[in-house]
Design a protein around this ligand. Structure first.
Ligand SMILES: [Mg+2]
Length: 173
């Protein structure tokens, strides 16, 4: 059970992800979380840095989409100007939105990465479906109540993983 909480890769931010390495691993599709992965949870527009990154991702022929537990209003306002497909109200870690995303991307689970800042929704959910999971550090610490609760649980899981020597940001970049 605990191994489902272990990401395949750790990165300090989306910008630290080695896209060439992903390609080498056969990844063709990238599902990204929105809040605190791409931008702060209170921020509604993409930064120039993020727009550059998304362009780079598309240039490398990755198919990309946003899967977020947040509301339609929040996710569509963010994703539509960027012309990126999205799923809102995803209820991660439940599997159905991940399956829907794979269908929309047209990629198999083993050639799809899930990038997110939360162990309990993004990593756990992605691992359950068999995606290649990448945990990034949260962009900001201004978070809602539910996320704060999840962070507490996350600390517990981190603690368990550390005790078993299974956890390390050292391994990634
Ligand atoms: Mg998030």
């Amino acid at each position: 059970m605990l191994h489902k909480f272990i990401p395949d890769l750790y990165a300090k931010s989306i910008y630290a992800i080695d896209l060439d390495e992903l390609q080498y691993r056969g990844i063709k599709g990238i599902i990204v979380d929105l809040d605190n992965t791409l931008v702060e949870s209170k921020c509604c527009e993409a930064t120039p840095l993020l727009i550059d990154w998304l362009n780079k991702v598309k240039q490398k022929n990755f198919r990309v989409m946003i899967v977020s537990n947040n509301s339609k209003a929040r996710v569509s306002k963010f994703a539509m100007p960027l012309n990126i497909p999205f799923i809102y109200g995803a209820k991660k870690p439940l599997p159905f939105s991940f399956h829907k995303a794979l269908k929309l991307l047209g990629t198999h689970r083993y050639e799809t990465a899930m990038v997110g800042d939360q162990l309990l929704t993004d990593v756990f959910g992605g691992n359950r479906v068999g995606l290649f999971t990448i945990l990034v550090l949260p962009v900001s610490d201004t978070e809602g109540l539910l996320t704060r609760f999840n962070r507490q649980l996350e600390r517990l899981v981190f603690h368990c993983l550390k005790k078993r020597g299974l956890f390390g940001w050292e391994e990634g970049n």
